[in-house]
Write a protein of this length. Structure first.
Length: 308
């Protein structure tokens, strides 16, 4: 039964990925008082890309070819382990935060490496920027998770969510600050303004994908949207676990699915509002903001050690 839930989560992720990115574009257009594209526009674009030829540069190697399917496969694997519908991990071994961190780092590394491997200096610059974002964001992400692990006494995402939901976790103030730091780090991981602009292919943010086309580009775009949903689900599973299914009954699973969809919709709606109220920040200046998030996570660690 747990494996069936894991498969359902993976299929649900694939179905929702283009809708999430399409909804963001639609909401941005409405806030800018433009008609904008349909919510289903990204679905149409991906379908068209799968029908087109896959063209690669002569300088590229196998790294450039394997990045899109590897990215897509890792996201599917994460979807099967991160609790979405249920409070517990459908596949326990895939719900360990240490494994999730490594799995999240794997596509980022190949994403940047493939950009350099393409032989395009423009794409390579975008790949360097992606690595810079990872270096600046991941310390806060890992420190916030470390506080949650110390407070709950487990590295399993489902167990961490259960400890916080039952209010049995130690250091409530530390957990609260860790949640704030983790939420800020997750927003940066989503690639929203002021840290990114995923639609602008002519900008450095889309540099790593500038040499992709056809099915490879479709898989890469799908994977980026899937990553956004997984990051949000990761935050929800640990710090906002209330409402998820705690047993395997159909009624509980249906309620858990509805609650998860509502949480994801609210968070993405709030992120869309925020990104349309701010201006883009030069990526060389991102460290000034990311270190503030690291500071919040450090305070959370101090409160956790003191048991506050």
């Amino acid at each position: 039964m747990e494996f069936g839930i894991a498969v359902v989560q993976a299929l649900l992720l694939v179905a929702l990925a283009p809708l999430v990115s399409g909804s963001a574009r639609w909401m941005r257009a409405k806030m800018h008082t433009r008609r904008g594209p349909s919510i289903l526009q990204d679905c149409y674009d991906i379908a068209k890309l799968f029908k087109r030829q896959d063209v690669r540069t002569a300088e590229s190697s196998f790294v450039h070819r394997i990045m899109p399917p590897l990215f897509f496969g890792v996201m599917l694997l994460l979807a099967m382990g991160v609790p979405m519908i249920t409070r517990f991990s459908p596949i326990s071994v895939l719900g360990d935060v240490i494994l999730i961190i490594y799995l999240m780092a794997l596509p980022r590394f190949f994403f940047s490496l493939a950009a350099v491997d393409s032989g395009d200096a423009y794409a390579g610059l975008g790949g360097v920027r992606e690595l810079l974002i990872g270096v600046l964001v991941e310390p806060a992400l890992m420190l916030a998770l470390f506080v949650a692990v110390l407070a709950t006494g487990t590295t399993n995402v489902g167990g961490m969510g259960e400890g916080i939901a039952s209010l049995s976790a130690g250091s409530p103030v530390g957990v609260m600050l860790a949640g704030v730091a983790f939420a800020c780090a997750c927003y940066m991981e989503l690639g929203k303004l002021p840290y990114d602009l995923a639609e602008a292919e002519q900008e450095l943010q889309e540099g790593p994908l500038s040499e992709y086309s056809g099915p490879s580009l479709a898989l890469a775009k799908m994977s980026l949207s899937m990553k956004q949903i997984i990051v949000v689900s990761w935050f929800v599973a640990i710090f906002v676990p209330w409402g998820s299914a705690t047993d395997m009954s159909l009624a509980s699973l249906a309620i858990g699915l509805g609650v998860w969809l509502a949480k994801v919709a609210v968070i993405f709606g709030a992120c869309s509002v925020i990104e349309n109220l701010v201006a883009r920040v030069r990526y060389k200046l991102l460290g000034r903001q990311t270190w503030a998030v690291v500071g919040i996570a450090a305070f959370a660690f101090v409160f956790c050690v003191l048991g506050i």
